[in-house]
Every structure is written in C-alpha cells, then in structure tokens.
Design a protein. Structure first.
Length: 463
C-alpha cells in the first residue's frame, strides 16, 4: 500500500494522455527538462539513509511523470532516443531483476569498495543481457515448440533460485566451513546471556519471574541489580563474573529501549505509544525496586537517539520538544532523576558511562552485515574492523558522558568509565587482539563484556 499512490500517478498520466497531446509543446518540453533534473537529483543525492518509500519518493515519481509528459519531441526525448539510452531501456527490467542477487548479495561477498561494486554492476549487466536475449525475447516471440516454451523458463525461474537458496542456507548453517566464521559468530551473538528471558521480556517488572534472570540467589552478599535498556544489558556477562567473584546475587532487570531516565524519547510521531510504554515500565520498575532487598543498582544508557532530527523528548509538563539543546538538558535532568529514584528506593548507585559508538558505512552505526563474507574465508576479520579515536568519542558523545557523570554524582554513586579498556592507545575498535569487542556499533560483544569483569569488581567494591 505504501507504493499504491506511485502506480496511481502512472494511471492518472495514462488517463490524461489526450490532454497532454493538446498541451503547448513548449510547456511539455520544459516539463521534461524539469523532470530529468529531478531524476538526476534523486540519483546523486539519495542514499541508503534516505527514508524510502515515503514523501521522498515524490521527487523521482513526479520527475518520471514530467519526463513522460514531454512527449515524442524535445531535448529530453532526443536524449532518451539515443542508442545507448534505448538499449538500457530495453534490458532495464531484466537488469532490475538481476541487480538484487548480483549486486546486493554480491556486496556481502566481495565488499563495498567502488571497484568491486563496478565489477558487480558489469556482471549483473551480462546476466541481464543474456536473459533478455535468450529468455525474454526468445519466448516472447514464440521460439521453440509450445511444450518447450512452457518448460524451459522453469529452469531460470524456479530451479536456479531454489539451488541458490539451498546453497546459501547450507553454507550459513555450516558457517561456510570456516574456522574464522565459527569463531566470529560465537563472539558476535546479537544478545547477551539469558537475553530472551531477561532483557527481551517486555512486560512490567512486577509480573516478571526474576528467578530466570538471577545468578547466585543463595549468595550471602547484598544483591546487584542491572537496570536499563540494551546499553545496560550488554554488561550482563561482565556482571555475572563480577558478582560471582564478590559472592553477591545478581539480577538482570532490563528492557530493550527503556533506560532508567525520566525523559521519554520518541523517534517520529508514530513512536508515542512505545515511549509511553517505556514510561509505564519505568514507573513500575521503580515501585518494584522499593520492594527488593537493598543492594547496588547498576545503570547504563546512551543518548544517541536524541541527536536524531526526528527525535523529540517529553518535558515534565508533558510537552514534546525537538530542539537539540532542550533535548540534551532534559536527558541530563532525566538521568539525574532516575538515579535519585534508585537511591531513594534504598540502593547504592553505580552508573556506567556510555561505551564508544562506531559509525557505519551506508547506515548510522556499524554492523557486521557490512562485512564482506570473503574476509571471513581469508581468515581476516580485521578487514571489517571499525574504529574511532578517543577524541571523537569524547566529542560526539559528550552529552551522554556528562549525563552519566552528573547522575552518579547526584546520587552519591560510583561512575565506571570503560574508555581505557575499550580504547587502548587512543583508538576504540570493534575488532582487536584477535577478538570482536563489539557486536554492533552501539553495543559491545559478549566477549568484550567478559573482559570488563575486573572493572565492575573494582566499581562495585567502591559502592
């Protein structure tokens, strides 16, 4: 349905064909030039980050309509009537069908270097030309007997995709028979330990069976509670090990997308309900915390979402604001308020500073999906590494770092800063010393988390 109006634009154009023929030539030719410019703007300014479909689709759709309106004469028509343009038009649908398996999947195999993508474009052109000549044209014009014409298309249409899907499925299941892929897959698990039972639980804390999210319930020390969103949940492995060393029970009380910050955030108008769900969850979690045995609550959150233009933060008076300075102030005050609520519930507070975030290519944050599969085969995961300097980290994430420091100070708590562990020698890397320290650009990996246990032992000892 999101593309229905695009087909409607073409239908309206067809219905208005007679009116177009009566329109003055100068107007239709000018419309064609404007339309071509709009298509060029789309070609050179749109990227993978452009929301699509949506209102951004207006530019190429309207541009296409104007080009067609220009009619059989004029500069645009002359340009599109050249042999190269006509040739591309002839094979365009075949090329469209082939670009997905060859270019989109191929980029995962050979990488996203310009030369590699150019090679993939040429390969997809070759497949498109062959299928146009020997499949599309041949059977469109009736080559071969009737039975053969019915059977031959089954090969490219059914058999080839089925074999390709089977090969991809088997290769993925067997980790492509590569020790590098096996090792990387283990460290790049998308969720921390027991995430589906703990952080993945979306209901209120008052109805959660926390026994499934508790380690060492019979230990004599004061309990440790981990609270917040996925930026807190990523420290599960570190705290499992730290709690065992300190002989203290450990409970995970996280929910994805819901930090312990009294400043609801929505990204887009449609996200208001999700924002309210988090606010309700947080209110219930605070009440639940008052009924728990006094211990230490570990808090962690990241403020990257408020930097998005479409994000808005709700002020205490209920009004939403998308002003960046106002959002940052509300986030800081909300972080302080959340930490104070934990203290008032009778617990010690430990706040973990946001970990460095790693930007991606063609997406806001780095993700292993950007990696070329061939790098695994070559036992060279470092080819997919992403890193930022500590100076960039401190500058880009200043608001989140300040919010963490202020909330720890206000609640007379302890601040754990992991910069030295994650950014030795001034560089914060996804892959280091033969291991993946990050599972994506916003979260450390399970391996990275286990390596931080000592820092949490020291931080908890001070609380």
């Amino acid at each position: 349905m999101t593309r229905f109006w695009e087909f409607g634009a073409g239908a309206l154009l067809a219905l208005g064909a007679e009116a177009r023929r009566r329109a003055p030539g100068r107007i239709t030719q000018a419309a064609g030039v404007v339309g071509l410019v709009m298509l060029l703007v789309t070609l050179f300014s749109y990227s993978e980050l452009t929301p699509f479909p949506g209102y951004h689709a207006l530019v190429p759709v309207v541009g296409s309509v104007l080009v067609i309106l220009s009619g059989p004469v004029g500069p645009v028509t002359r340009l599109l009537s050249t042999r190269p343009a006509v040739h591309v038009g002839d094979i365009s649908y075949s090329w469209y069908l082939w670009h997905w398996p060859v270019i989109v999947i191929g980029k995962r195999v050979v990488g996203q270097e310009p030369l590699a993508i150019l090679v993939l474009v040429v390969v997809s052109y070759g497949f498109a030309l062959a299928s146009y000549r020997y499949v599309e044209q041949r059977w469109r014009h009736g080559a071969g007997d009737g039975r053969l014409r019915r059977l031959v298309p089954i090969v490219p249409v059914v058999l080839v995709p089925a074999l390709a899907a089977g090969a991809l499925g088997l290769g993925g299941q067997k980790s492509w028979w590569s020790e590098s892929v096996v090792a990387s897959t283990a460290e790049l698990k998308p969720n921390p330990e027991k995430a589906n039972l703990c952080g993945g639980f979306q209901g209120p804390m008052s109805t959660r069976d926390v026994s499934q999210c508790t380690w060492g319930a019979d230990r004599p020390g004061d309990p440790i509670y981990l609270m917040g969103d996925s930026n807190a949940g990523q420290f599960t492995e570190a705290l499992v090990a730290a709690a065992e060393e300190l002989d203290r029970p450990f409970v995970v009380a996280t929910r994805g997308g819901c930090p312990v910050v009294d400043a609801p955030v929505r990204v887009g108008e449609a996200a208001s309900s999700a924002s309210q769900e988090c606010a309700d969850w947080l209110a219930d979690a605070k009440a639940w915390l008052k009924d728990q045995k006094s211990g230490t609550v570990v808090l962690a959150a990241a403020s990257e979402s408020i930097d998005e233009e479409s994000a808005a933060v709700r002020a205490p008076d209920g009004r939403w604001t998308d002003d960046l300075d106002a959002k940052e102030l509300l986030w800081k005050s909300g972080s302080v308020s959340g930490a104070l609520a934990v203290k008032q519930a009778g617990h010690q507070v430990v706040v973990v500073a946001p970990v460095p975030h790693l930007p991606g290519e063609g997406r806001p944050w780095w993700h292993p999906a950007e990696c070329a599969t061939v790098s695994w085969f070559q036992n060279d995961p470092a080819a997919c590494n992403r890193e930022v300097s500590t100076a960039e980290y401190r500058s880009e994430q200043a608001n989140g770092l300040e919010a963490a420091a202020e909330s720890a100070h206000a609640a007379d708590g302890v601040l754990i800063d992991l910069e030295e562990e994650l950014c030795p020698d001034g560089s914060c890397s996804a892959y280091r010393d033969g291991h993946w320290w990050y599972r994506d650009g916003l979260h450390i990996s399970t391996y990275g988390s286990t390596q931080l246990a000592d820092e949490f032992v020291r931080g908890l000892a001070l609380s």
